[in-house]
Design a protein. Sequence first.
Length: 395
Amino acid sequence: MTKKVCIISRVWFPNHQCLFERLSLLLELNNVEIKYYLLADQEFNRPWENFDGICRVSPIVIKGFRTKVFSREIFFFNNVNSVLNEINPDLIVLTPWSEPPLYEAKNWAKHHQKICIAWVMGPRKVYLYPFDRIRVLISRYIIRKFVSGLDELFCYGKGVSIEINRITGFPLSKMTCVKHSVDNFTYEISSLSERNSLNSIARDARSISKDKFIFGFVGQLIMRKGITTLLESCQKLDSLGYKFKLCILGRGPLENLVLENQLYKDGKIIVIPRLHTRELKGFYSMISCMIVPSLFDDWCTVVNESFHSRTPVICSTGAYSHFDLIEDRVTGLRFNAANSEQLLECMKLAISNPELLENMTTNAYHKISSWTIDESAKIWHDRIINLLGDNGKNC
């Protein structure tokens, strides 16, 4: 008899679809089928391009109402119960934790005695502004309510699982680290010679000299991504006489903050609003050192992407990926979130120590080899099969 796994997520992420595609192939061998549902096909501020491949796990949007509360999208009145009644899944995976329809799904699972798992990212941390402190308190209250009664948690990494355990008391023994990953084939640069070749092509296309040091930033231009910290450090670095460019890939409400900056006017900041997926490998190869200045990121896949593309990384402690992936001066450089002086020191070290960057890049590339879509899909598969074999809830 075929068993069914239902995954319900708030919005579509391309690496999620890649993961579930690989997972479906593994589960088919055990006569398990995946159904993949979304509460919306895209976020307000982040339109996603259609996935290039043909996936057997195509997400289906459960239509509903969406609004913003504290600049955060919230979804209501998605007809989740009807969907679950129709497909009658044996196991449900929910992500993240703040949407009312996901609570409906959790209650449906409890009522029908089905296995229910939450796939969780890093919870919001306190930083800088009083408004954010209120969001942290609300978020943590919601997390505690949501994880109560769940059978298990799938966590982005060990850092996430430790923080969730600290906030909620949910036992670590019932958490599985599923290694949050990206589609490594999109970013993978298999050798330094390949990287050098792509680097030359990308720089020639933008008329950038091959010896120019380029710091990179990828993400939305919003406050929590730490763009103000980055600009402040760049201005200090420039005033000290260091020669560099900053290449920003992304758009957002703070775009004018960048465009009005004197470094941009002087041609020392390059802004690329958007690139197609197939162009990303070339972009990463062009960057001398990627900077992740986030005040808060529930993971930050830019670190994964940089590691796969052999691009060294300076990462703030505001991104949860730093806990699992960044070992200071071994796989990357690390600084405290919102500390522009510490970031400045990391940037100075990066420019003046190419041997350190090369060693970190090599170590990071080896590190990320176990953080792939295939590896994560295998972890998902093994745990789901184990849970479906639980005699207490087997159907």
